[in-house]
Ligand binder design. Sequence first.
Ligand SMILES: [Zn+2]
Length: 496
Amino acid sequence: MPFLPIIKPHYTQSPSSSSDDSPFAYAIAATLAFTLLVYIFESYLNLRQRSSFFKTEFPKELASTVGAIDAELKNKPNGTTSEETKDGSSNDETKKEEDKVDKSQPLLPQLQSKFSKAQSYGLDRISFSIISSLYSLIEECAFLLYGFMPYIWDVATSLGSNKYGWTETSDEIKITLLFLGITVIIGTITSLPFELYSTFCIEKKHGFNKQTPGLFFTDKLKGLLLTAVIGGPFVALLLKIIKMGGPHFYIYVWGFMFVFSVLMMTIYPVVIMPMFNKYEPLKEGKLKEEIYELAGRLEFPLTKLFVMDGSKRSSHSNAFMFGFFKNKRIVLFDTLMDQTHDDEILAILGHELGHWKMGHTLTNFVISQLYTGASFYCFSLCYNSHELYRAFGFNDESRPVPTIIALLFFFQVIWAPIDKVLSFIMTMHSRKCEFEADEFSVNLGMSKTLQSGLCKIHLENLGAMCPDPWYSTYHYSHPPLVERLSAMMKLDKKSK
Ligand SMILES: [Zn+2]
């Protein structure tokens, strides 16, 4: 590799340098080159997206699409909404919501009135991510060049041996946990200014943030405690399995990861989510009846229906579902209930249940399991390439290469390019699923209410109204609003 220089970290475990004729001697240079390339490409996309937020004219395509929806909503033809349409109830709701945006007015003027706000929010967010990604790049490169990992590992080792008499060979897991603890604390401290700025400057400026500093720090503390309580035993077990599993350890790791993810999916909503938010059953009434009716029609085993106090932290809105087999729950953010009509919520749930009915939820679970299996299989092939880790400063031949270090370098160096490609494919796949779920809701006869519901969520969340096509292709897990609306309108035309 004559075009890459041999770079050695400033801190190494041993002054004796590892052999320069190994191909791994170029590992640091190759990692830096890849990181830099990704950074340049993603920065280019960021700048493209940033310039889209300087547009002052409301996008024509969106105007004509939403204008057409408004026209159709005005002379609502029979059968566009489900049989349980709002007759009397919409009047009550309009009255209730008069103090907020007038939701009975056509969608286009509503969107247009939020356009400049959405542009300024988008501009602030993208400018922030340009700065924070530059910082991440500098941090990552500095850590590699300095030899941050071997340095922290040695700090953890000497701490452990001085205080408790630990040795690297017999107490590797304990030293690993200490090492990870130090790394997590450093990571929390360095990312804190960015999180504070994002929450208390940008989100606050645009009226989204509802968090007090007290709540912010309690959340942080709870998060760290959970990382220690769940992450600690998880890492300890994972390392034990890798060490004891022999040459085919990846099979056992795979099984372990499967059990762990099922366990997490079970306890997360029941134990962890309630530590951060309040979940109250949706109050009796028309909406509740309609949701149960919809679930019944789709044979969705809905056991619990909650409203979550999302407004405690942010006025961004959402809805989601979770649970296994015959025990499914749906959660609506209280913010969503404020921002939309009941029939729009129903159409949005029609979309969400579409994901379930069409097997997207299961497919994603299977894909993530395959991904885990593949990554650990590849890791098993590299596990013993000690020269790789020596290149990063773990070059004391008399000491074992810690398993956690092998894992971290594998994911940072070898797996990172594969991961970039795979996650791009997954983003594209996710957009395809979104279109399918929209179609599902349309086929339930909720096309118009889904369209207006999506418009309202979009304008309330100040979503980008004219995103850059390259940026959205690369980053968006959901297709841009105008694409979803036009796809649904095409379906409407077809069915007529
Ligand atoms: Zn979706």
